[in-house]
Design a protein around this ligand. Structure first.
Ligand code: ADP
Ligand code: MG
Length: 214
């Protein structure tokens, strides 16, 4: 049994539910995964940007879930949703929960105390912090307690945003990926997946009609 788990720290990541049919993100998922896991020079901050509804959250969830199914040497993968009105205390709570600070007394600590607890713990870990949906103003990770100096030893921050400018503000200068809309074939596959081939083939005209509409 032991060998099976070696290299895959149990519980490093917590799986997140994704839609049943995800199509067309294999290639970008693969690129992002390599950027996270390869040792090559990388400042550790990776931005995924693209318009609303294009699939950024879906992609980031798949990145998260890959940590449950692939081999890697990260100690902990943390997920937090930022959104338009960021709640820094909530982000601290999401981080805290994943690294063992979930008691009521920890919740009652001041922002600064929580930040230093987070720093002292994450400093010794190889972590991945996944931040979904950062808007136009950047998030001050140092203030939250995230020790950015650990990025040099392989920890990673991956975030999504609608704004390419936010990538720069957050420090993703080189490592940024644009999430595009699906190509025709993939869009069709998705449509078929949602509607079901049973419905599509019920009447000989339906596939042609659907194709014209698309
Ligand atoms: N590649 C895809 N395959 C299947 N469904 C997708 C895909 N990309 C996005 N979706 C669906 O489209 C909707 C919007 O995607 P989401 O990831 O929330 O976009 P964003 O975060 O860029 O606003 C969701 O319901 C999601 O399940
Ligand atoms: Mg989103």
């Amino acid at each position: 049994m032991k060998e099976v788990y070696e290299g895959v720290p149990e519980g490093a990541a917590v799986a997140i539910a994704v839609d049943r049919t995800i199509v067309g993100q294999e290639s970008i998922l693969d690129q992002v995964w390599r950027c996270i896991t390869e040792q090559k020079k990388n400042n550790g901050i990776i931005g995924l940007y693209g318009m609303g509804g294009i699939g950024k959250t879906t992609l980031l969830k798949q990145v998260n879930n890959k940590f449950c199914s692939e081999e890697h040497d990260f100690d902990v993968v943390i997920w937090s949703v930022v959104s338009r009105e960021p709640n820094l205390k909530q982000i601290q709570e999401d981080i805290g929960k994943r690294i063992g600070f979930s008691t009521d007394s920890w919740q009652r600590k001041s922002f600064g105390e929580r930040a230093s607890d987070i720093t002292n713990t994450l400093r010794h870990k190889k972590f991945v912090l996944l931040l979904d949906d950062i808007w136009e103003s950047e998030i001050d990770l140092t203030k939250l307690g995230v020790p950015l100096q650990t990025l040099d030893s392989g920890s990673r921050i991956v975030f999504t945003t609608r704004f390419e400018g936010t990538c720069g503000k957050m420090g993703a200068h080189k490592n940024r990926y644009k999430v595009f809309c699906l190509g025709d074939d993939d869009a069709w596959k998705l449509f078929e997946g949602v509607v079901g081939s049973y419905v599509l083939n019920k009447h000989p005209d339906i596939p042609k009609l659907a194709d014209d509409v698309a």
